[in-house]
Design a protein around this ligand. Sequence first.
Ligand code: UTP
Length: 409
Amino acid sequence: MNYEQAYALLKAHSQEHLLQYYDELSQEGKARLLAAIEALDWSFEEDLKNPVDLSGAGRDIRPIKGMDLAEIENRKAEFEAAGVQAIKAGKVAAVLLAGGMGTRLGVDGPKGAYDIGVTKPLYIFEQQMKNLMEVVEKVGVFVPLYIMTSDKNHEATTSFWKEHGYFGYPENLVKFFKQDMAPAVDYDGKIFLETKDMPAMSPNGNGGWFASMKKAGLVDDLNEKGVEWLNIYAVDNVLQRIADPVFVGATILAEVNCGAKCISKTNPYEKVGVMCLDGEKPDIIEYYELTEEMANQKDEDGNLAYRFGAIMNYLFRLSTLEEIVNKKIPVHIVEKKIERLCEDGVTRKPEKENGKKFEMLAVDLIKLMGSVLPYVVVREKEFAPIKNKTGVDSVESARELLKLNGVEL
Ligand code: UTP
């Protein structure tokens, strides 16, 4: 794309200001800016014009059936055998969603490269791979691993894995792909410049992971390998069980399109989103959307009817993902503090929110999948999220939970 073409395109979208420093740029800078303009995804305009109603109004919310710890324990041998068989047959792959910015943790670089060790280094990626290796050792095969990064952390992530010898995993089974980026805009819908030669872009949320994987040609790779199930998981949880055979077996035997690891709510007012049905379709309802009555509603066994809090560890059926890949996932428009080029030519992060970002969420895929098995795990054994440095869901709380599980720090 040359300058004239870029100008015409931007004019059509009322975003010509992106070229305001063009004449000052070096040849490389000019090429970089033109390439970024050519790659812009304009779907945000429609999202701004017609935002999806995410208020939850008008839904027909009902409790969903899930599998509690007692049933899992009773049928463990049966589930485990089915899971081991599927993993051995190469039907299960893992997908790590690591394209986020980890803003709350406040570190530069990939969140998974964060060292949570006390007496020796222990990186988040490393601990998760130790968890996966337990399955590999038990089952006797390596599970193909796909890692989603973004433009913001791709180089740093791939070189970190290389430096650490892929944490003992075969290099040819670890494949990286980049997620898509979305522009960040001010309150008038104008795209910010981050630098004179770059519009402000940010990862488009974790919901577009499958579309990005497909774009990267990796769905062909999955099909060639005979993979049928994808276990997606978040980078933050250091107690994450990956390709857990019991979970895999339970999902397959339940004949659903998706399994969702959940923690069971301990009290009616716990602040977690829970799985539910909207009519016949599985969905998630946020804690603030539950009425007093729903929060306290009990099922026939006397348990909270809305108790299944999903922890971002899902097993998706690949054939269903392929069927829904072109369906629109709702875009969440979120107000954020966006780093942008100021009038004095310096790039700064504002003190207060100054604009909007566009994000899709993995959780919104659940409805499209059509059927789901909420599968309860022991919270203390499988859920140690790291969102912050201290306090709730922090490095500190995760360290305590790791110690409880016998991990030496
Ligand atoms: P979070 O929503 O906790 O976001 O992501 P985050 O970016 O890690 O942290 P904050 O909100 O900036 O503090 C949950 C999971 O989804 C991934 C993250 O890497 C994490 O594993 N994610 C998030 C993506 O892969 N892409 C995104 O665009 C956003």
